[in-house]
Every structure is written in C-alpha cells, then in structure tokens.
Design a protein around this ligand. Structure first.
Ligand SMILES: Cc1cc2nc3c(=O)[nH]c(=O)nc-3n(C[C@H](O)[C@H](O)[C@H](O)COP(=O)(O)OP(=O)(O)OC[C@H]3O[C@@H](n4cnc5c(N)ncnc54)[C@H](O)[C@@H]3O)c2cc1C
Length: 409
C-alpha cells in the first residue's frame, strides 16, 4: 500500500482521500486553509449529469463579449496584461467548436453518471447532507433562450438522459404554490442536489475514521524531484514524503504544478452565493434561471442563490455589488412574489471555480513526473464530479483499469 499526499482539501481532494484510504493507502491531505470554507462549501450543491455540453462550445465567445459590456451580466473577464490569460483565451477560442462538444459529451456523461452512483452510495447511510433526486429545472422567460435550452435538452436526450420539455402551465404545476414568471422550462430528471457544507463535513468525519491525516493551515511551497519522481514536498510546516502526490488545489493548481515545470491552464472563475431563510412561497426543485444564469437550490430551511462567473486571479476577493444586484434582479423577475433585497456585503460568499479552457477537468497521471497525479480543473462541476474523480485517482494510484476511460481528461 502506498503513502499518498493530496495537495488541496476541497471536495475533489476529500473524495480522492476517501477512495485512496478505503483501498488501504496511507493518506495525508495538505491544505493551506482550515478546510472550512472555499469553493467547495458555498457552491450551489447541484449534481448535474444534465451538464453534458462543456463550457467551450460554439457561440460562447460571442455571448461572452456581449455580456462583458453589461456590469450586471453573469459573465465577465477582468482585463489584465497576463500571458496566462492570453493563452487561456486563445485555447478557449480553439476549443469552442462543435467537434470538441461532440467528443466531450459522452465523456462528461459517463463521469457524471458514475459520480451520481457514488453519491447514491454515500447517501445510503444517515444522509445528513440532504442528498435528494428532484432533477433540475432550466427556467426561461424568452423564446430565444427557450430555443437554446430545448436544443441543449435534446442533445442530453440523445446521450440517454431523461428530459421533460414543459410549457408555462406544466412548469407551474410542478412548482405549484410558487408564482413563476416564465414561459417554459426543461426538466432534467437525472439531476440531484445536496448541502455541500454538510457533505464536506460528512467526508471529513469518514476520513478521520479511515485514519487520514488532515494537515490544515499548511502551504505547499516546493518539491524535491529525483529521477522524474517527487521525493519531498516542502511546506511552511516542514517536509512531507510520499510515494504518490495528487494535485487537487483547484484554482491554485497551476502555481503548484509550475514548481515541477508542469504547465496547466486553469483560471479562477469567481462566483457569488447567498442564502435566504425559506419563506412561505419557496422553490422546491433546484433551478437555473436561464436568462441570468442564476442557480437556485433548496437546502434545508434555506434557499441558496448562486451566480456570475468572473474570470480573474486568485487574489481578487472583491465583492462586486453590481453583479450581485444582477443576481437579485434575475431572482425578482422570475419569482414576482419573492421580491428579495440586495444582501449585505458580509452575507455574500464568493469562491473561485477552477476553469480550464476546454471546459473539461484534468484527471490523469503526469507524463513528466511519474508519481504526480492531476485531479483538478472542474470549473462549475467540481461538486458534481468529485466522487468519480476520487475513484479515478484511486484507480490511477492502484494502476487499475479506469472506470471511465478516454483521452480527454
Ligand atoms: C457560485 C458557485 C456555484 C457553484 N455551484 C456548483 C454546483 O452546483 N455544482 C457543482 O458541481 N459545482 C459547483 N460549483 C463549482 C465547485 O464549487 C468547484 O468546482 C469545486 O468546489 C472545486 O473543488 P476543488 O476541490 O477542485 O477546489 P477547491 O474547493 O478550491 O479546493 C482547493 C483547495 O486547495 C487549497 N490550496 C490552494 N493552494 C494550496 C497550497 N499551496 N498548499 C496547500 N493547499 C492549497 C485551498 O486552500 C483549497 O482548500 C460552483 C462554484 C461557485 C463559485
């Protein structure tokens, strides 16, 4: 059995540790934070096999450019002179085509469906993280967006997913008791949701039980490499030894990989979320308010609203209230009876989605450093894909046949 060090204890690192420890390996997670907040905590909690089309897709660049000129829009690229940003943008442009979409769809579906199966296994116990399979409603208010959503739904159907196409009445019937200003919706029956904060707590409890060491407030700074193999990991708390090293540091992964001379293209996509205590009229099915790209998820006695993707850098912790106002305006337009107020700055959470220019995660063994495994770049699907990623990491370490195998990840 191997000694494994995982760099980054977000949901991808936690799931990787879980499957590695269950297979009998000795596992340590090293994380710079106290592992109580960050992208894996305040996200929208959606498990989305529906999302088979990667972010790099035809039409995305034109849409992004249009959104750039609206301060309340859901998408923004913070302009800066950076070779990283230029390279990322150029690669995104190269991948945003139909051929890439067609190659990616079966791969994403298989990874997502494996993840969902693994979530079902996790939820067989106490399920204190409120895992539920209610699907996902893509709600729309305009014909143009409706056409795009129906097209995406048909593509998902071709991939074997169960999808319902609902008009205004059928949508209202599904969310009876809620005043909805929409003209229709696409209901992905495949999707599920949970409370991410509780799921991470559940995983950490399992890891402690399995003997995994959680080394918090420890920053990985450098590596010693001999014969193309990492022999030591240098941190601000001393050195660590490992047979295998897994990189799951989300948006910080490129900086760490660079220490090994490995270039990976990931930029942080900043997003916001806030919670509201459930009112009498509250959504019961997780939804995306398509025109404003706002995610709405019931979580216990709360509803979580999440949105915006600002391509930026990891030091940009500014809460852009104009964009949050855009989220609030979208919510009030879709739910006329809810009429929520702009939350206070301190009530707004933000996190950095680790976005690759291909819209696909990186899950593979490095070709340059033989005991280094990448498990990162999951962008807006990190929670959704974490269990399957963790399982693949364990299979890579154990040199087993991979449950999902392709040359894309
Ligand atoms: C608003 C919003 C809504 C979202 N909704 C959903 C959703 O509904 N469903 C879904 O699937 N996904 C969603 N996501 C995306 C999801 O949250 C991310 O993809 C996921 O959390 C990424 O997890 P991770 O483990 O890769 O990275 P992270 O959670 O970012 O973890 C990386 C860890 O690495 C650590 N680290 C960094 N540098 C170092 C270092 N040098 N040394 C040691 N440790 C280090 C950090 O402290 C951090 O804990 C959403 C994201 C946002 C912002």
């Amino acid at each position: 059995m191997k000694k494994c060090v995982i760099i980054g204890g977000g949901v991808v690192g936690l799931c990787s540790a879980y499957y590695l420890a269950k297979a009998g390996n000795h596992v340590t997670i090293i994380d710079a934070s106290d592992m109580e907040d960050g992208c894996s905590y305040g996200n929208a909690g959606m498990i989305v096999p529906s999302h088979v089309i990667p972010m790099a897709q035809p039409g995305m660049i034109a849409k992004g450019v249009k959104w750039m000129f609206n301060s309340k829009s859901p998408f923004y690229v913070r302009p800066r002179l950076s070779s990283e940003l230029l390279k990322w943008g150029y690669q995104f442009y190269r991948y945003a085509n139909q051929k890439h979409v067609e190659a990616s769809m079966p791969a994403l579906r298989d990874l997502s469906l494996l993840s969902k199966e693994l979530y079902q296994e996790f939820a067989e116990g106490k399920n204190d993280f409120a895992y539920e399979e209610k699907g996902l409603l893509m709600l729309y208010r305009t014909d143009k967006v409706g056409e795009e959503e129906i097209h995406a739904g048909k593509e998902a159907e071709k991939m074997g997913l169960k999808v319902d196409f609902l008009d205004k009445e059928a949508t209202s019937k599904l969310e009876s008791g809620l005043d909805l200003d929409v003209i229709g919706s696409v209901h992905y029956k495949s999707d599920a949701h949970l409370i991410p904060n509780n799921f991470n707590k559940f995983l950490k409890d399992q890891l402690v039980r399995l003997g995994v060491k959680l080394q918090t407030k420890t920053i990985v700074e450098d590596f010693t490499v001999f014969n193309q193999k990492i022999t030591k990991i240098a941190t601000n708390q001393g050195e660590f030894l490992a047979d295998e090293v897994v990189l799951s540091a989300g948006s910080w992964s490129p900086m760490i990989a660079r220490k090994l001379g490995i270039q990976i293209s990931i930029l942080p996509g900043k997003g916001y979320s806030f919670n509201l205590t459930k009112q009498e009229q509250a959504p019961t099915i997780p939804s995306i308010l398509c025109e404003g790209k706002v995610a709405v998820t019931p979580m216990g006695d709360q509803i979580r609203f999440g949105g915006t993707l600002e391509v930026t850098h990891t030091k940009d912790h500014k809460i852009n209230l104009k964009r949050v106002q855009g989220i609030v305006n979208t919510i009030n337009a879709f739910y006329p009876n809810l009429q929520i107020e702009q939350p206070k700055k301190e009530e707004i959470w933000h996190g950095f989605r680790p976005c690759t220019p291909t819209g696909l995660p990186l899950i593979s063994r490095s070709t340059k450093v033989s005991n280094f495994i990448l498990a990162t770049g999951h962008a807006m699907m990190g929670l959704s894909l974490a269990p399957a990623t963790g399982k693949l990491v364990e299979e890579l370490v154990g040199e087993k046949k991979l449950s999902v195998s392709n040359n894309l990840f």
